[in-house]
Design a protein around this ligand. Structure first.
Ligand code: FES
Length: 147
């Protein structure tokens, strides 16, 4: 009798434990439906002055509302701003003054001034950010990263 109760208890325990992953999966989906993720909030911030970014130059800006950015001033005078995090394995890219484009020193990935991959292993272009120039001021719109 005791052996039968023990066997029944173990069977019920195993059956009970086997439904936990399914319940967790269902609960996760129900919660995602009930509490959708927050949309990414963006804001425009003053990044630099045109006078600090001469034509043909580039410069990194770390920690702009939690974003690491790199800006380049094209020969036309236009300004482009990208994430300075390489899309390959996350190294910080640099401005290559001689080549006039961006270089990742880790595995020699190279990006043009539109953020497109020119060479090396990066799988995707650099994420870009909207730029607005007002007088001598360069503003960029970036996501607000929390934490
Ligand atoms: S991390 Fe940039 S090329 Fe590999």
């Amino acid at each position: 009798m005791a052996e039968s109760n023990r066997r029944e208890f173990l069977v019920n325990l195993i059956l009970g434990l086997s439904v936990i992953p399914g319940f967790a999966w269902a609960a996760r989906h129900v919660l995602r439906y009930l509490v959708p993720p927050k949309s990414q909030r963006t804001t425009e911030v003053l990044l630099t002055r045109l006078s600090d970014l001469p034509v043909g130059s580039g410069r990194e800006f770390k920690g702009v509302l939690g974003n690491d950015l790199i800006a380049a001033r094209l020969p036309s005078g236009d300004v482009r701003v990208f994430s300075s995090i390489c899309t390959h394995l996350g190294c910080h890219i640099q401005w290559d003054q001689v080549a006039g484009n961006f270089l990742c020193p880790c595995h020699l990935g190279r990006f043009d001034t539109e953020g497109k991959v020119l060479a090396g292993p990066p799988p995707t272009p650099l994420p870009s950010f909207a730029v607005r120039v007002s007088g001598n001021d360069v503003y960029v719109t970036v996501p607000v990263k929390e934490g």
